[in-house]
Structure formats: structure tokens, C-alpha cells
Design a protein around this ligand. Sequence first.
Ligand SMILES: [Zn+2]
Length: 105
Amino acid sequence: MEIHRQTCQNCGSRELKNIIVRDFESSEKVFVRCHQCKQLVARYIIANRGYYHHGKGFESYLRGLNRGGTFMSGKGMKSEFEKISHQTQEEYQEILRQLEKEEKL
Ligand SMILES: [Zn+2]
């Protein structure tokens, strides 16, 4: 696993803000803006079913699926949500452990 902490290419700041854009005709996008110099840092396109908002629960996850036009059974969605929630938290803990080791935090 390779971990990269994004910094502003203009001023070197790590204080970045995510601006999430939802357009019903295309994919969801995240624009990353530097909090210090206000420049655009990067843009990400969120993959279909790729968005997980921690602590927001199953209802929020379902709204995300609807935006992506995905159809799944209720049971399948609930178990996928639980899997993603668990997996994301595990990955996050692993990232934090690695960053602490590398003293990047
Ligand atoms: Zn900047």
C-alpha cells in the first residue's frame, strides 16, 4: 500500500477542502480547493457506488446508490453497506497506523 497526503501544488498547504458536486446526468465529482491560497488542487470523479460517508448510516448510502442509478435488492444493499462501512474503517485504521509510522500525521 502506498499512501500519499495531498498538498497544494501552489503553496504547499495541507489545508484542503472538498467540494462535492452532484449532477444527475453525470458522475459525482469532488473538487479539492486549497484553504490557504484558494487554488484548485485536484478533481476526482467518484466511481459508481464508490461514495461512503462515515457515520451517515444506511439511508445516506441508499441515496448515493439512487444517484448512481444502481438497482439492487434491499437485502443486498444492506449487506453491501455493512461490508463497505466495516472495510472503510479497517482501511482508515491501517492508513493511520502507516502514517504514524512514517510520521506523516
Ligand atoms: Zn495553496
